[in-house]
Design a binder for this molecule. Structure first.
Ligand code: 6PG
Length: 480
């Protein structure tokens, strides 16, 4: 009998997803470019896990039941196109290909369209949760050819993480057309960068307070019991508690952060849409700055900071507020971007459902995603997350500690770009009349770019001959 599903790509995520499928009763045909990997992996499966090795793509395709469901877990980029190219001639119209890697959403859009020409239905699906998630239940974000959804829904929802009061709500639902599944995963990753930076700054500030990694591990463990409960806070506690030869392991890890690009893609998309994804932008920048290890070492000998120590009045509870307020700000920005992408690409994203899908399985899973899901369930067209009464109260409360932390850190020369950015956004957002009037005047002065006036209706544009030397020509008005 043919296998229920096929999976190509037996790296860490692929292997664990196969085992997850097998544990849920699905027979899985597997293929990997290097046959020895396939063989050694299948040899580790147990008798009740129906996992079948294949050695050629043709054999693989032949061994999957029709319409075929083929999951790809190969490295994002050209490797995905190469596998698709090899598969196209072997698959039949009506077959379904699911790309579960971290593909760029515009590549997914192209693949959905390209494969539709061959009658093949393509799903670009974000899969989050790392190795453990893939094995025991990831968050799955599928989008693309919607006709394929009924054929894969039960399977994907079976292997997905479960959330909700009875732990029975799958963290997997249809996201939308085109590249929307991978877009939502990209935003997840951007937010993940932000969350990680926010926690790294807490570590830096707590260290400046004189707290050892072990003491911080306890603080993070305590935070994990309340409003900051999240996977990343939990693992940070574990990381800070880890020792090697009796000393904290964190102390010997080089502070140069890697990145594979999804955070950067998020920022690029935010820029393209004109959305202020400011905290994630700082998080990506902080990773980049961290990579200049040798230059920073030279700069540390040359450039002076304040001699002031961190304000002793600053407490871990203020830092907890900073983490919470920064997170709320970052998610507010992330959901602004999602809403804009949804409108401009006509994806009709269900923001409540996306927040619900991130409650379990994925890297950013957190208690607080329940609150976000509630906010968008109560008001699907909510203009901004900060306008939901729960979040208005939450940020009004936590902004006090955020401000205290930013002030103390700045005075002591401790870099907290994510907190500073969150505070700047918060203050900018709640400022009804800011300073962009001056920007507009400057633009009009040097380039006749025109400006609107508060004493005239919006959309009426004015130009002033500021220096008395200009002509009457005006530059066209447009917004990027
Ligand atoms: C996930 C993660 C994962 C990501 C890693 C590393 O949701 O499981 O987001 O997809 O690849 O977290 O990402 P960086 O190397 O860019 O930090």
């Amino acid at each position: 009998m043919a296998a229920d599903v096929g999976l190509i790509g037996l790296a860490v995520m692929g292997q664990n997803l196969v085992l997850n499928l097998a544990d849920h009763g699905y027979s899985v045909a597997v293929y990997n470019r290097t046959t020895s990997t396939t063989e050694s992996f299948v040899a580790t499966t147990t008798a009740d896990q129906d996992v079948r090795a294949t050695t050629t793509l043709a054999e693989f395709v032949d061994s999957v039941e029709r319409p075929r469901r083929v999951i790809l877990l190969v490295k994002a980029g050209p490797a995905v196109d190469a596998v698709i190219e090899d598969l196209v001639g072997l698959l039949d119209a009506g077959d379904i290909v699911i790309d579960g890697g971290n593909s760029l959403y515009t590549d997914t859009e192209r693949r959905v369209e390209g494969l539709a020409d061959h009658g093949i239905r393509f799903i670009g699906s974000g899969v989050s949760g790392g190795e453990e998630g893939a094995r025991h239940g990831p968050s799955i974000m599928p989008g693309g050819s919607e006709e394929a959804w009924p054929h894969v829904r039960d399977m994907l929802q079976a292997i997905a993480a479960k959330a909700g009061p009875a732990d029975d709500e799958p963290c997997c639902d249809w996201i939308g057309p085109g590249g929307s599944g991978h877009y939502v995963k990209m935003i997840h990753n951007g937010i993940e960068y932000g969350d990680m930076q926010v926690l790294a700054e807490a570590y830096l500030v707590l260290t400046a307070m004189g707290l050892s990694p072990a003491a911080q591990a306890e603080i993070f463990a305590e935070w994990n019991q309340g409003r900051l409960q999240s996977y990343l806070v939990e693992i940070t506690s574990g990381i800070l508690a880890a020792t090697e030869d009796g000393s904290a392991l964190i102390d010997v890890i080089l502070d140069a952060a890697g990145q594979k690009g999804t955070g950067k893609w998020t920022v690029i998309s935010a820029m393209e849409l004109g959305q202020p994804m400011m905290l994630v932008t700082e998080a990506v920048g902080a990773r980049m700055l961290s990579s200049f290890v040798d230059t920073r070492a030279r700069a540390s000998a040359l450039l002076q900071g304040p001699s002031t120590a961190l304000d002793p009045a600053l407490t871990p509870s203020d830092v907890a507020d900073a983490v919470y307020a920064a997170k709320i700000t970052s998610y507010a920005q992330g959901f602004m971007l999602l809403a804009d992408a949804s409108n401009s690409r006509e994806w009709d994203l269900d923001l409540a459902s996306i927040a619900a899908m991130w409650r379990a399985g994925c890297i950013i899973r957190a208690a607080f995603l329940d609150d976000i899901a509630h906010a968008y369930r109560d008001a699907p067209l909510l203009e901004n997350l900060l306008f939901d009464h729960f979040f208005t109260d939450a940020i009004n409360g936590a902004a006090v500690g955020l401000r205290k932390t930013v002030v103390a850190a700045a005075a002591a020369g401790v870099p907290v770009p994510a907190y500073a950015s969150a505070l700047t956004f918060y203050d900018g957002f709640r400022t009804a009349r800011g300073s962009a009037n001056l920007i507009q005047a400057q633009r009009d002065y040097f380039g006749a770019h025109t400006y609107e006036r508060i004493d005239k209706p919006r959309g009426e544009w004015f130009h002033t001959d500021w220096a008395g030397t200009g002509g009457t020509a005006r530059s066209g008005s447009y917004s990027a």
